[in-house]
Ligand binder design. Structure first.
Ligand SMILES: [Zn+2]
Ligand SMILES: [Zn+2]
Length: 175
């Protein structure tokens, strides 16, 4: 994998621009977290790192194509990613404990920006929070698991139809 820890001490005042397209940046954590998301055209990120008074302004854009499962029917659906992001990383105080939130790592007294963590986080944020293959996706039958977009299953035919409920009510009254 390309080096994704940027030494901040060596950063010029104009900052730094990076283009990242090593797919392992995304395929690695996707596998690690067991996420059901497949990359269908390569992901890439363009990043600029700008040193400011108390930290670093990280701006960029992430793009590519993936498929994710529909939230209701679990069928894979294509998602085109094209997201801009902006993030400010505070320079950690001299004696600060690492807080896990910061993307700035200290090692042997030198500060590094963990660009791999940033592009992974931005990738996750760019994914749709509630992916639906279509707005009116009917989802899966809770009884038999059939995909209701492909037609009614035997169990939903009875319970799902309000007219059938009326008929059932009539039957009860007759008894
Ligand atoms: Zn669906
Ligand atoms: Zn069913």
């Amino acid at each position: 994998m390309s080096d994704t820890r940027i030494p901040l001490g060596a950063l010029s005042p104009e900052g730094l621009e990076l283009h990242l397209d090593d797919q392992a940046l995304w395929t690695g954590p996707l596998a690690e977290f067991g996420m059901d998301c497949r990359i269908t055209s390569p992901i890439s990120a363009d990043i600029s790192i700008q040193p400011l008074e108390n930290g670093y302004l990280v701006r960029g854009k992430i793009s590519g194509d993936v498929t994710v499962p529909c939230n209701r029917c679990a069928e894979p659906m294509p998602v085109h990613l094209e997201e801009k992001f902006e993030d400010f990383e505070d320079t950690p105080a001299e004696d600060a404990e690492p807080d896990g939130e910061s993307r700035i790592i200290e090692e042997k007294g030198a500060l590094y920006l963990d660009v791999a963590a940033i592009v992974w986080e931005q990738f996750v944020l760019a994914l749709p929070p509630n992916p639906l293959c279509r707005p009116d996706c009917k989802g899966l039958c809770p009884e038999c698991g059939a995909n209701l977009n492909e037609g009614m299953c035997a169990c939903s035919r009875d319970e799902g139809d309000p007219r059938m409920a009326v008929l059932r009510g009539l039957k009860i009254r007759k008894q």
